[in-house]
Write a protein that binds this ligand. Structure first.
Ligand code: IMP
Ligand code: MG
Length: 179
């Protein structure tokens, strides 16, 4: 598996350090407020698992399943596949995703959750690609800006592979589909 890695962009220790900083910022911002973290699965599971352990506040946690991407190309369609188990009424909600690419996934989720009566909906992503977004939405908390490359690891996948790698990397070209 390590042989499939082309370049490590962000090593595990930098992810851990930045996750701690984001957790500290959110701890300050949401102290005394009813906080709900909504994790977009599956890509954000590892990031969110580490992030929430850096937020020593009472909070509610739920997972939302969203389908937004096929292979290395955006399907340009975002489907919310599951419902939350928690009520968002009057809650301060932070949606956590792995990466902000076009922004359509987060924009769609924020719009859907905003209809459930929250006090506010903010967004947090580990990575944001440096390219024009297709939405007016900008993420509130960003781990790292990255070049417009297809990356995997620490939750991010290519066809369900590479999620378990502890770092963010590019992978060797033979994995990229020819289309
Ligand atoms: P967006 O809707 O275009 O912002 O895309 C967001 C979703 O696409 C993310 O939640 C990821 O699942 C997926 N995605 C976008 N870029 C990458 C990438 O470089 N590697 C792996 N998944 C990605
Ligand atoms: Mg994905």
């Amino acid at each position: 598996m390590e042989n499939d890695v082309a370049e490590i962009l962000i090593p595990a220790d930098r992810i851990a350090q930045r996750t701690g900083e984001l957790g500290a910022a959110m701890t300050r911002d949401f102290a005394g407020k009813p906080l709900t973290i909504v994790i977009i699965s599956s890509g954000a599971l590892m990031f969110a698992a580490d992030l929430v352990r850096q937020i020593p506040l009472p909070l509610e946690l739920d997972v939302l399943s969203v389908k937004s991407y096929i292979g290395t190309r955006s399907s340009r369609r975002v489907t919310v596949l599951s419902e939350l188990h928690v009520s968002l009424r009057d809650r301060h909600v932070v949606v956590v995703d792995d990466i902000f690419d076009s922004g359509l996934t987060l924009a769609t989720v924020v719009e859907a959750l905003s209809r459930q009566g929250p006090a506010e909906v903010r967004t947090c992503v580990l990575l944001q690609k440096e390219r024009a977004r297709d939405t007016a939405l900008a993420p509130d908390y960003v781990g790292f800006p990255i070049p417009d490359l297809f990356v995997v690891g620490y939750g991010l996948d290519y066809k369900h592979k590479f999620r378990h790698l502890p770092f963010i990397c590019t992978f060797k070209e033979e994995y990229v589909p020819v289309d």
